[in-house]
Design a protein around this ligand. Structure first.
Ligand code: ADP
Ligand code: MG
Length: 336
């Protein structure tokens, strides 16, 4: 489990005033998608919405879980079913849009490669590098499409994998659920991906710390900068806590470049993307890991709706550097 962000609980609490008519802050924590969630919101009567939220997650998993063999996604991957439901349709359409916009850097059909490289259900194939060319024959977002509510594939070996977009989408859905209950001020965090609603009742924004890379996978997390957000999504992709080294000390990332079929291999260590919604932030974060620092920087500067914070490896003393896109305001401890 990896979280590259910090939620400032102490600071959030400090925002609660003494008036007893103030909305109450509610915090809910639990497990979902093999990771943790934390949901914070303000409700006039301090109502607890954990039950409807957990039931939303169950419904979501029946549609989109990659690990549940009976989910709609698993059945579509086995070519047993073609009719999609609403969750599937939304996430599939957005996946295809982001795939086209990023020239295939994000591609939801990449799973057969992910699996061969040992990040899916199987151990890494010793012949992974040799297999890539033949697997690429059935990888590509143009090889699958939606036709009147049904998934169609150009090759029956095409597999869909929404792991790089579903968490952000689920965070958005929790936000929508809370809004349907009249809650406007919320922060939803699922395994490090976020969807923020309106600012807190005292007018302050949601503060999020951005992690700096740790030297070892089990080292304590630290932050140097924080950002303030509302009404947007924030997702982080990165593999300095999720990779493996082979006998020769070579690192393999779990993000695959669909144009080569190989795990990405460049000096970008992580990227945090700010987007209008969590689903988009999640998908672009993975796309940017594929593009690498220079290309992703240009992409973000050409988009009014996106900002990003990049951490990359350098030869310098600390071993890493960072770059924030021009519209992003980084705050430090001095601003607290
Ligand atoms: P991260 O936190 O690094 O973004 P995610 O869990 O969100 O990690 O996404 C990683 C998963 O996305 C991988 O396990 C794989 O299933 C899938 N994936 C890998 N490469 C790509 C890609 N180029 N496009 C879309 N999905 C990908
Ligand atoms: Mg992601």
């Amino acid at each position: 489990m990896k979280r590259l962000i910090f939620l400032f609980f102490a600071l959030l609490m400090a925002g609660c005033g003494p008036l007893d008519r103030d909305p109450e802050m509610v915090t809910i924590r639990g497990l979902v998608f093999g990771t943790y969630y934390t949901i914070i919101y303000y409700d006039d009567d301090g109502r607890n919405y954990q039950e409807p939220i957990d039931s939303l997650f169950r419904e979501f998993n029946q549609s989109l879980s990659f690990y549940d063999k009976n989910s709609l996604l698993s059945r579509i991957n086995r070519n047993e079913e073609t009719a999609v439901d609403e969750y599937f349709e939304v996430v599939f359409k957005r996946s295809q849009e982001v795939a086209r916009e990023t020239d295939g850097a994000f591609d939801a059909t990449v799973f057969p490669l992910v699996d061969t490289w040992g990040f899916g259900f199987s151990d890494r194939s010793a012949l992974a590098a040799e297999k890539v060319d033949s697997i690429l024959n059935f990888v590509g977002h143009e090889k699958v499409w939606l036709d009147d509510g049904h998934i169609r594939k150009a090759d029956e070996r095409v597999q869909l994998d929404f792991n790089a977009i579903a968490k952000g989408y689920a965070a958005d859905l929790v936000g929508e659920l809370l809004e349907s209950k009249g809650v406007t001020s919320y922060l939803v965090e699922l395994g490090g991906d976020l969807a923020a609603g309106a600012e807190k009742p005292d007018g302050s924004l949601w503060r999020i710390g951005l992690e700096i890379p740790a030297k070892a996978a089990d080292a304590p997390q630290e932050w140097e900068y924080y950002v303030e957000i509302s009404n947007q999504g924030l997702a982080t992709s990165g593999d300095y806590r999720r990779y493996y080294e082979d006998e020769d000390g070579l690192r393999y990332s779990h993000t695959i470049d669909p144009s080569t079929g190989f795990p990405v291999d460049h000096h970008l260590m992580s990227v945090s993307v700010f987007a209008p919604d969590g689903m988009s932030a999640d998908a672009y974060a993975t796309a940017f890991m594929v593009m690498g620092l220079d290309q992703a920087k240009d992409f973000v500067e050409n988009r009014e709706d996106l900002e990003a914070y990049f951490v990359y490896a350098t030869e310098e003393t600390e071993g890493f550097g960072y770059h924030a896109s021009s519209g992003l305001k980084l705050m430090t401890r001095d601003d607290l």
